[in-house]
Every structure is written in C-alpha cells, then in structure tokens.
Design a protein around this ligand. Structure first.
Ligand SMILES: *[C@@H]1O[C@H](CO)[C@@H](O)[C@H](O)[C@H]1NC(C)=O
Ligand SMILES: *[C@@H]1O[C@H](CO)[C@@H](O)[C@H](O)[C@H]1NC(C)=O
Ligand SMILES: *[C@@H]1O[C@H](CO)[C@@H](O)[C@H](O)[C@H]1NC(C)=O
Ligand SMILES: *[C@@H]1O[C@H](CO)[C@@H](O)[C@H](O)[C@H]1NC(C)=O
Length: 786
C-alpha cells in the first residue's frame, strides 16, 4: 500500500493479513452515500433528541439540544434575534441569583458564565464548576439571524449551523460589543477580568456558520470571533465576512493569551486583519483569507503551526511582531507554516525585526507557492527560501454527514443504552456496534455511558457524539497494572476499514490503573487516506464533573453526593502532593498498534492537573501511566496534545511514517515526588523507557527504532518541580525532555521548550541546550534531523 504526500513518502509494508470490515448483523447493505434530498433539513435537527447531562442537578429537565427557533429566533434577517439566541445559551440566567444565596438550589438550566457571575473570583469559579455539569448543543437552521450585541458562549457548548446550508449571524449596523461571538467575554468595568481563565477555557465548538459584519461601518473596530480558548475546542466551516472598504477596522478573529489547538476550514473575507493571534500555541489547518489588509497578524506566541493556508489579494500575508530573546520582550517565538498558496499579495511574511544573520525567533516555511507575491519575506536576509512542490500534507475535516438522511442515523439510546452515568452500558453499546456497524451512522446521544469491560468497535463504524458524549470505563476489570485491559478497542488487530469517531470523550472512573483507554488497531482501506480517525475526540482522566464513581442505583446525583464522592479522583481525594492509589486513572491513554493507520485531529489526551469542578480550580495529583504509545507503521497524521502522564506523553516505538504538528505536552506537576515512573512501573511489554536517578521525570516525547517521523512544530513544557516553580528561573525543572535514539530517522522543526535544561537528547545525552535558543519565555530551535 502506497500513500504519498509532499513531505512524507508514506509507504506501508503490510506484515499482517488484513481483515476487511464486515457489516453488522442487522445490516442489509453498506451505508453508502447520503440519501437526504437537497431540501431535507440537516439530520441533526430532525433526529429524536434524547441527550442528557446525567450529573446536572436536574438531569430530567436540563435541555441539551436547543433549536434557536424554538426559543423565539426568527432567522428572517429582519427581526433582531439577539435576545432569543442569548436565551438559548444563557437559559435562565436569573438563576445566577439563587446560586449566590445557596448553591444547591440552583436551577437546572443554569450555565457557566454570565456578566453577573464574575463579580468576585469566588462566584466566577463557582459558576464554572456548575457549568461542567451542563452541556448544550445549539442548532441554527439555515437562515439569517440579525444580532446587535455579542453572543457569549459557555463551557460545553457546540453552536452548530445547518451543515448543508450554513446560516449567517448578521451583525446590525449599530452592533455594540467586543465581538459577534465571544468565547471569553471581558467583564464590564472589570479591569481586564474575564469570564473564564483562558488556559482553562475548554470544550467549545462552532461549526457551519457565517459571521457577517458588512453592515457595521468600516471605521468601527469590529471583531467577528473572539476565540480565546484552550484545549478541546474547534472551529469548523466558519466564514467571516468583513468590510472591503479601504481603511476598514474589521477583524475576523482575535485571540489573546490562550492555549490551544484546532481550527479548520476557516474563511475570512476582507477586513483590516483576517486573524490576529497572540497565544502560546495553536494548530490552524485549512485557513483561507481573501482581500484583507493583513491576513494574519501575530503578536506573540511560543509556537504556532499553520497547515494549509490560502491567501488571496491581501497586502501582507503574515505580519510578525518579533520580540527579543527574553520573556520581557516576548514576541512571536516561532512561526511554522506548511502548504501555503499566496496570490496577488505584495508581501508574504513581514517580520518586525531585520536579520543580521540571526533572528530572535524561528521561522519555518515549507511548500509555499507564491504567485504575484513580489516579496516572500519582507524584512530579513536570513536565507529563507520558500520551497515549492506539488503535494500537501493530507488533511480531513470533521465528518458532518451533511447529505445523510435521518433514517441513516441510529441512536444508542433508542437501542437501549442508558447513558446515565451509572447503568452498565457495556452490553447495550456492544450490541449496537454488532448490529449496525457499517450500515448506520451511530449517534451517541449526550450522556455518560458507563462500561465495565472492553467494547470493540468494528472496522467500518462511524460514530458521532453530542456535546462530547462520555464513554466511561470503570470497575474491577481495569485494576491491574501488570495485566492492563483495553476499555475501547477500535478495530481488532489487522482490521481494515473506515473508522470515524467525532465528538466523544473517552474516560475512566477511578481507580483504573490497568485501563488502556483506547486501543487503535484499524487501518484505512487502500486508496482512502484518513478513513480511520478521530475528530474533536479526547481522552480525559478525571478532575471534572462528568466523570464520577458509579452511584448506587436510585441515588440522586445531588451536589452533595458528587462533591463528597465524585470520581474518587477529585480534589478532595487527590489533593496536590498526595499519592493515593484511588487516584490512578489509567495505564495508557491511546495505543496505536503496529497495523494501524490514524488521522487524529484535535485530540487531547489529558490527565487533569486541576479539578475544574471545585471552587478555585485546585490542583490535583492524578496519575496516568502513559499518554500516547504509537507502534504504527503509518501513515499517521496527528494534531493534538498530551499532558501530565507519569512516564511519557508520546512514545514512538518501531513507528513509521508519522506527521505530527503541533505537538503540545506538559509534564506532571508532582514529579519528581514521586519520581517517574512511580506510581507505575516500567513495562518491557509496552516498550517503556527506563528511568534512573538522573532521568526521573516524564518524557514529553521518546522515539525508539522509528523512521520517517516528521514533527512540524512542538511545545514541550515542564512548569513545575513538585509543585514549585523556582526551577523556571533557570529552566532546570528537569534535565531532559525529548529523547531520540540513534537508530531513528526523525526530522523536527520548531521545537519550543520551557523548564528543561536540554531541548533535545540523543540516547539520553543532551544535544541541544536551551541556553543557546532562548526566544522569550520559551526556548526554540528551528530544525534538526538524523
Ligand atoms: C439598533 O438599530 C435598531 C433599528 O434602528 C434599533 O431598533 C435598535 O434599538 C438599535 N440598537 C441600539 C443598541 O442602538
Ligand atoms: C546580530 O544582532 C544581535 C543583536 O543585536 C547581535 O547580538 C549579534 O551579534 C549580531 N550578529 C551579527 C552576525 O552581526
Ligand atoms: C513495581 O515494582 C516494584 C519493585 O519490583 C514492586 O515492588 C511493585 O509491586 C511493582 N508495582 C506494581 C504496581 O506492579
Ligand atoms: C538553577 O538554579 C539552582 C538554584 O540557584 C541551581 O542549584 C541549579 O544548579 C541551576 N541549574 C542550572 C541547570 O543552571
């Protein structure tokens, strides 16, 4: 089997026989293409809505799916729909009053946030806690919704337009407020205070939406999207229309101070700035900017990967504010751009600082095609030569099944799964797969599906979650470190077929020291790159409201019960600095086995470092053995992050043909107390690295016996030494963080590190020192290969 792209010649030697996916027992024919007629509404609107939020204080009445038209929005382009859309999102905002008086009395519909909730830190976080119990999907049917003030979004909110015909949010000419959609609003007169801590602003998605700002006078500083978010967030198929007037002050998107990761299919038209970015790290894939003055204005970052950029008729493509080599002068630390097509734009990259042979930042340009772009790099003579070549890194957006009819979707709740967070759904879920794999799209209605043994998803299966449906493994089967067991098995070893999983959270109820949360075996069929993958799908170990110990049947999951008992892994049981056996969340997050291929986009493998349901978001000591182990011969495309596992975040062993970008990791805050690998043991069966007195912290990435690995942008961070941060002053929190053995062939671009003495080690001997590459708060090296 041969798969090619520009950077990656992806060849796979098949060493095990492949089993082509079969069909479920209730299938008469394969699913095939969508059968919806062009006038049918998008299936998401017409399916039976039975998602629930089981740990909400009133799960029976809390409404997950809310169609804005049911809340009074007209979508006729004439009526002002702001209040109706806000009602959908806020839902009973007046209940905030109750919370201040007595938290347990809060009304079921209350969401996190709201202008009134952040008058003090205490109330702000109190509301954030409840927010994790409430999930919402908002549906916007194809229409034009007139809005006059910002639509503020909340934790666990998906705003979804009709995928067949995306609706518009049309800002009125007298629109007033910071941004048309605001994911982290500033509190009025709050001296810069915001609704959410930006590094913890998780679980948001906006899909299939046009934000139209053209009625706003061009002199007004209007922003389409203020997307100040962290992990587990996505924008898919979002278009921002801005003024084409000269001197316009419109901006498509602004981000500042945030973390994260995944953007997809974004189109910006006109405006002063297409997107303005200032944040730690991000991957942006498939960005199109037409007719803007500046397409991308970058203020600061530690590392940033742009994959697939199209810029037409702008004045400047990338405008980089480059600072100095110290934190005080933090500017753009590294800009890493692959597969760009730039047309009729005078300058592709403009750096604010000229090069004299060295630059205080890192710039990597790969496969850049310039047509009528007189200046490739505007300032600087540092030898950047855009390389042209034909192919691009493969990419595939989250499947939305826009052409499928409601009859082609089957709900797991309709098939008997409960998703109530306590019933054992193992058999019910397995049964749905066994019957309908390959002939229906399997819809996991919002809920928490508790499973006590391995569930196997046959190759050929397509799964869609709703507002991050949770599949939660727990119980006696997942207790043995020496005999770990898989919770969710995607395909069996050697299997081949489609496997599409989107919008799901795989998790465990603690303790589960023997749980391999997801084992990935499936390989895409010949000629179908990316047919097997994950989109907006995450692995999460605890620290949140959705994942709790199974309560005895008929116990009301009241606030009191879940604060006291929780998952056994919330702050009360696993406070920072403790090493408690019940706080072992998993043996391994994701295991890609040797015969698999994988396309993972926006996958976050997270061991919770803090309890975001508890007041003040206290830190926790929760232990996951390993983040991601790949033994895959490829092809693998991985856009994602892995954080806080005890032994490593990524371990590539006998791996081949991987493209990874942007890889972001954080090490556990507790190490070296206990020192890695504790409380787990190194396992030769799972090819674990070994540790010693001098190597006693987790690896961000460890590469053994692997070939054709391309790392296109990485941020490997260690911020703590046993919860203390004095080590950051001289980046001595740990000595080594990124290890490659001498047998592997690896090419890395733009690796930023924080807190580690060496940025790269070969055979555990440091070869790149952070002191040589300081670039702001982080240190960045531009390229390395062997
Ligand atoms: C915006 O204009 C509309 C139509 O003229 C008017 O009804 C509305 O009150 C105005 N809103 C504001 C905030 O001025
Ligand atoms: C380039 O400028 C930097 C900062 O001013 C200076 O430290 C360095 O020595 C210069 N390099 C060359 C080759 O002139
Ligand atoms: C880890 O290894 C040590 C030393 O061999 C042993 O005492 C301990 O029981 C092991 N722990 C587990 C969880 O296997
Ligand atoms: C960092 O600073 C500490 C305290 O001054 C010192 O003990 C340590 O040796 C330093 N480490 C490095 C790598 O410079």
């Amino acid at each position: 089997m041969w798969l090619c792209s520009a950077l990656l010649l992806l060849s796979t030697v098949l060493c095990i026989p492949r089993t082509v996916s079969g069909l479920g027992s209730s299938c008469s024919a394969p699913l095939g293409s969508g059968t919806a007629s062009s006038t049918d509404p998008y299936w998401l609107e017409t399916i039976k809505h039975q998602g629930t939020s089981p740990f909400n204080s009133d799960p029976n009445s809390y409404q997950i799916f809310r169609n804005v038209k049911d809340f009074g929005a007209k979508g006729d382009g004439v009526t002002d729909d702001t209040a109706a859309i806000k009602l959908v999102l806020d839902n009973l905002a007046s209940a905030f009053i109750d919370i201040r008086v007595h938290s347990a009395a809060m009304s079921s519909g209350t969401r996190c946030g709201g202008g009134s909730c952040a008058e003090s830190t205490y109330e702000h976080l109190l509301l954030a806690r409840f927010a994790t119990d409430s999930k919402t999907v908002v549906s916007l049917r194809q229409s034009t919704y007139l809005v006059s003030s910002p639509i503020n979004t909340y934790y666990y909110t998906e705003m979804i337009g009709d995928a067949k015909n995306p609706p518009s949010l049309l800002a009125r000419s007298n629109f007033s407020g910071f941004a048309v959609i605001d994911a982290d609003p500033y509190i009025p007169n709050g001296w810069g205070a915001q609704w959410f801590a930006n590094q913890d602003n998780f679980f948001r998605s906006v899909r299939n939406l046009i934000i139209d700002m053209r009625q706003i006078p061009s002199r007004n500083s209007a922003i389409g999207l203020h997307w100040q978010v962290a992990q587990a967030t996505s924008l898919v198929n979002v278009v921002v229309e801005m003024s084409t007037a000269s001197g316009t002050n419109h901006q498509g998107k602004q981000r500042n101070g945030d973390y994260l990761h995944e953007l997809n299919l974004l189109t910006f038209r006109a405006g002063k700035i297409g997107i303005q970015v200032g944040n730690q790290q991000f991957t942006v894939r498939n960005l199109i900017i037409n007719n803007a003055n500046v397409a991308v204005s970058a203020i600061w970052n530690w590392g940033f990967t742009f994959q697939g950029v199209t810029i037409n008729n702008c004045q400047i493509g990338f405008d980089l504010n480059v600072g100095g080599a110290t934190q005080a002068k933090q500017g753009v630390g590294s800009e890493t751009i692959i597969d760009a097509v730039v047309t009729n734009t005078p300058v592709f990259v403009r750096s604010s600082v000229a090069s004299n042979g060295t630059l205080p930042y890192s710039l990597v340009l790969n496969n850049i095609q310039l047509t009528n772009v007189p200046t490739a790099v505007g300032v600087g003579n540092g030898g950047y030569h855009p390389r042209r070549s034909a192919g691009r890194i493969f990419g595939k957006a989250r499947p939305q099944y826009a052409d499928y009819a409601t009859s082609q979707i089957i709900s797991v709740k309709s098939q008997g799964a409960k998703g109530d967070g306590r019933t054992d759904d193992t058999a019910a879920i397995q049964n749905v797969f066994n019957q309908y794999a390959g002939c229906k799209i399997i819809f996991f209605d919002a809920g928490v599906y508790y499973v006590t043994d391995t569930i196997t998803i046959p190759a050929g299966t397509q799964i869609v979650g709703e507002a991050w449906t949770v599949i939660l493994g727990g119980g006696s089967n997942f207790q043995s470190q020496t005999n770990p067991r898989v919770v969710v098995q995607a395909g069996t070893p050697g299997s081949q077929g489609i496997m599409e999983i989107s919008g799901i959270l795989f998790s465990t109820a603690g303790p589960a020291p023997g749980a391999i949360v997801l084992e990935w075996n499936v390989h895409d069929p010949s000629g179908q790159q990316g047919a097997a993958g994950l989109w907006d799908t995450h692995i999460r170990s605890l620290g949140s409201g959705e994942v709790r110990v199974v309560l005895p049947e008929n116990t009301a999951p009241t606030d009191k019960v879940y604060l006291a008992k929780g998952t056994n892994m919330q702050e009360a049981n696993c406070p920072a600095g403790s090493v408690n056996t019940p706080c072992q969340a998993a043996f391994l997050g994701i295991h890609l086995t040797s015969g698999s291929s994988a396309y993972f986009e926006g996958t976050w493998v997270w061991t919770a470092d803090h309890d975001f349901d508890a007041i003040g978001s206290p830190q926790t000591s929760i232990f996951t053995g390993r983040g991601i182990l790949s033994e895959s011969a490829g092809p693998v495309w991985f856009i994602g992050t892995s954080e806080h596992a005890s032994l490593y975040q990524y371990n590539l062993v006998n791996a081949q043909n991987h493209y990874i970008g942007f890889a972001q990791t954080e090490n556990p805050y507790y190490q070296p107390v206990p020192a890695a690998p504790a409380p787990y043991n190194s396992s030769s069966t799972y090819h674990d690295p070994t540790f010693s007195d001098s190597v006693n912290m987790a690896w961000a990435m460890n590469v053994q016996s692997s070939s054709n690995i391309i790392l296109f942008g990485a941020g490997f961070y260690t911020f703590y030494q046993h919860y203390g941060q004095t080590c950051l002053t001289n980046n001595s929190c740990q000595t080594h963080i990124f290890n490659i053995d001498s047998a592997s062939s690896v090419t890395v671009y733009s690796v930023s590190t924080v807190g580690s003495t060496y940025q790269l080690s070969v055979g555990q001997n440091g070869v790149v020192s952070q002191t040589d590459n300081q670039d702001g708060f982080q240190s960045t090296f531009t390229a390395w290969s062997n």
